[in-house]
Design a protein around this ligand. Structure first.
Ligand code: AMP
Length: 214
């Protein structure tokens, strides 16, 4: 099964992916993380997408669809649940997924969150570059200042695109490109909405309950 996590930036797609990887032994495909790795490694692809991502725009459908096709072709879809985190991001990508998914079923979790909370989460978030544990200056600080609770590494990083002007662009792109997917999947009766302002555990509980019923 493909489990699509749909929602605005900062709605907890990454956080919930981590929970689902564990509880459903699912495979995680995050197009954003894959692109960030390419940027860090300074590959040709990374160099091509860096400016677009820094501006909060969407990378071309051709490029993203190609990445997805390659990733999916490596998997045995009859055996694994696959979490799609950040894909599809518009109708063209959703239609492409229809072509490549074969008979694998889809279920869509829409993580809803209001704009004020989105900004607070994005502007406050930082993470450990070693183990990727994420934190937030407003509501989820490490126990010791500047030291990761998980692995003890000192020094944190913030995402390049978590700044005020890029966040604005990311929200504009989200409203224009991604939001129409809510109706698209609702019409197909594949979507449930989960209120992402609830606690992490409550959101996970609702998602897992829905997936088990699907
Ligand atoms: P994310 O980590 O999902 O917030 O994605 C970070 C950035 O990567 C986005 O703002 C886009 O620039 C790019 N990106 C990630 N996934 C996609 C996608 N499916 N389509 C186009 N651009 C994407």
């Amino acid at each position: 099964m493909f489990i699509i996590l749909l929602g605005p930036p900062g709605s907890g797609k990454g956080t919930q992916s981590d929970v689902l990887i564990e509880s459903l032994q699912a495979i995680h495909i995050s197009t954003g993380s894959m692109l960030r790795q390419e940027i860090n490694r300074k590959t040709e692809l990374g160099l091509a997408v860096e400016k677009i991502m820094r501006e909060g725009k969407l990378v071309s459908n051709e490029l993203i669809n190609q990445i997805i096709k390659t990733e999916i072709s490596r998997l045995d879809l009859t055996k694994s649940n696959v979490i799609l985190d950040g894909y599809p991001r518009n109708l063209t990508q959703a239609q492409y997924l229809e072509q490549v998914r074969g008979k694998t079923p889809i279920t869509v979790i829409y993580l809803s969150l209001d704009e004020q909370e989105i900004k607070k989460r994005l502007l406050g978030r930082f993470s450990c570059p070693n183990c990727q544990k994420s934190y937030n200056v407003f509501f989820d600080k490490p126990i010791r200042e500047n030291e990761c609770d998980n692995c003890g590494k000192v020094d944190f990083v913030t995402r390049q695109d978590d700044n005020e002007s890029t966040i604005l662009n990311r929200l504009i792109e989200y409203r224009k490109e991604t939001e129409p997917l809510i109706e698209y999947y609702k019409d197909k009766r594949l979507l449930i909405e989960v209120d992402s302002s609830k606690s992490k555990d409550e959101v996970s509980r609702q998602i897992i309950e829905f997936i088990k019923r699907s």
